[in-house]
Design a protein around this ligand. Sequence first.
Ligand SMILES: NC(=O)c1ccc[n+]([C@@H]2O[C@H](COP(=O)([O-])OP(=O)(O)OC[C@H]3O[C@@H](n4cnc5c(N)ncnc54)[C@H](OP(=O)(O)O)[C@@H]3O)[C@@H](O)[C@H]2O)c1
Length: 212
Amino acid sequence: MKQINKIAVLGGGGRTGNYVIAQLLNQGYSIKLLLRNPSTFQLSSPSISILQGDALDDKVTRSLVEDCQAVVSTLGQRKDEPLVAAQATINVLKAMTECGIQRYILVAGLNVDTPFDKKSPATRTASEWMKTNFPAIHEDRQKAYSVLSSSNVNWTLIRVPFIDFAAMAGKTIVSLEDCPGNKISASDIATFVVRQLRDDTYFKKSPFISNV
Ligand SMILES: NC(=O)c1ccc[n+]([C@@H]2O[C@H](COP(=O)([O-])OP(=O)(O)OC[C@H]3O[C@@H](n4cnc5c(N)ncnc54)[C@H](OP(=O)(O)O)[C@@H]3O)[C@@H](O)[C@H]2O)c1
């Protein structure tokens, strides 16, 4: 695999994003972080450079990724804001292609469907809840998956259930067909995300991860 030293991060100021940033720093990566409001970001490190801007802006996205070797996104939809998942994915993939970057790792909910799924009744119920209550957000995520599927980059879409931000790290179970449990710690998501930077097991795949 190509040597990866510098990571472009979208959503790094969010709750899961904070854990991902901490893990990346722990493992010695340099980080280029896209933030809409840099003044609210607490962490400071010589390994972090910050770019102010919006993931919906393709020029900003291009500036973000251009000197990086991989992209990580924990972007989440904010209430009453324009849909972000599909357009950010389109922007990132375009910028990655222009800059010759191969690795893209994203986090999404378990509601995203793929042709390889064998969702259990519990996972189907949770997915249906999302589709019924947040249809536009679900459709946007599904569109992001569709855009990824037809791209040439080595993407991994990590699907997660309810995120427990207070929980300690535990054992992570992975499945390509169904969500193995109903929650996961943010710490374990971050560990799994960062591990993907040196692992090709889930290239062009959408693993579900959860704690037991
Ligand atoms: N929380 C859960 O239980 C749960 C469950 C399943 C899946 N997920 C998924 O897991 C991921 C992380 O969730 P989370 O709860 O940690 O997210 P979060 O705390 O809501 O953080 C979302 C991040 O996305 C950023 N963002 C949103 N729109 C943006 C835009 N247009 N341009 C730039 N940045 C933008 C936000 O920045 P601002 O601070 O500027 O708004 C924030 O940093 C998301 O994909 C979410 O859908 C979450």
